[in-house]
Design a protein around this ligand. Structure first.
Ligand SMILES: [Fe+2]
Ligand SMILES: [Fe+2]
Length: 263
């Protein structure tokens, strides 16, 4: 399958998400207590920093791989991540918090990514996005502030599709790899996911608790999301695309603003 459906998806998604963006009225006053606001802001600061990159190196690697349609779709994927970063910045201002200039986890992630090829970098993305999916679900379902719930729902609905997008490209990449090698790589990938889930659970524990999700509940849910996504990559012969991915979560809508609009 070509990446044409993804290019169309990413081109059309901003107008689908407009309803969310219109509803995010940051001029309101937060109902969070100062402690809750500080914990959620501390957590959003890291995401604001992590998703704001211009993707220059990633796009250069994709261009080298030689599929212009995929590269064009990936470019729009980077724009979506930058949009998330801009939304987190607005949320930080709303919570009276400043953005971070840098953070060790972001520096480590960037350094690691630079040293990798396209496929390994996408594998890192899939870990980060599938593990963070549960974090955005926690914001969406449990933040005691309707605007932060809406922000969680907005980002969550994009991330679901991002995960499908990475699965599609990675499954293509591994299609010709012998089953035994795939199993070995999958096992190594799990170690990475376990580490990432532990770091996220620890580093964002304050915000997760504010949303009613203690780390012991967060960890298995985050790893379940990774298990589903990585298994889809390593099971050849499936049909991937923006509306027919192998990674599904029946209680979650795919793209679009149908999620939580309690604001
Ligand atoms: Fe994102
Ligand atoms: Fe993403």
């Amino acid at each position: 399958m070509t990446y044409e459906p993804w290019l169309t998806y990413f081109r059309e998604n901003p107008s689908r998400q407009q309803k969310f963006d219109d509803a995010l009225d940051w001029s309101r006053k937060t109902p969070l207590t100062p402690v809750q606001a500080r914990l959620i802001a501390r957590s959003l600061q890291r995401f604001e920093l992590g998703e704001g990159g211009n993707g220059e190196r990633l796009l250069a690697k994709a261009a080298q791989a030689g599929d212009p349609v995929y590269t064009a779709a990936l470019k729009l994927f980077v724009v979506e991540e930058q949009k998330h970063s801009a939304l987190f910045l607005k949320a930080l201002q709303y919570l009276s918090a400043a953005p971070l200039a840098s953070h060790w986890s972001d520096r480590a992630f960037v350094l690691l990514r630079r040293s990798l090829g396209l496929r390994m970098e996408l594998m890192l993305f899939l870990v980060a996005e599938s593990v963070a999916l549960e974090y955005f679900r926690a914001l969406r379902d449990g933040a005691p502030d309707p605007l932060i719930r809406l922000l969680g729902a907005r980002v969550y609905s994009d991330e679901i599709e991002h995960i499908h997008f990475q699965i599609h490209r990675l499954a293509d990449g591994y299609a010709g790899t012998p089953a035994g090698v795939r199993r070995l790589i999958h096992a190594g990938w799990w170690f990475l996911a376990l580490g990432a889930a532990l770091v996220l659970a620890w580093d964002h524990r304050g915000a997760l608790r504010v949303c009613g999700v203690p780390p012991r509940r967060f960890l298995p849910a985050a790893l379940h999301a990774f298990a589903a996504a990585s298994a889809a990559v390593m099971s050849p012969g499936q049909n991937f695309g923006p509306s027919a991915g192998a990674y599904t979560d029946p209680d979650i809508p795919r793209a679009g603003p149908a999620a939580d609009t309690r604001a």
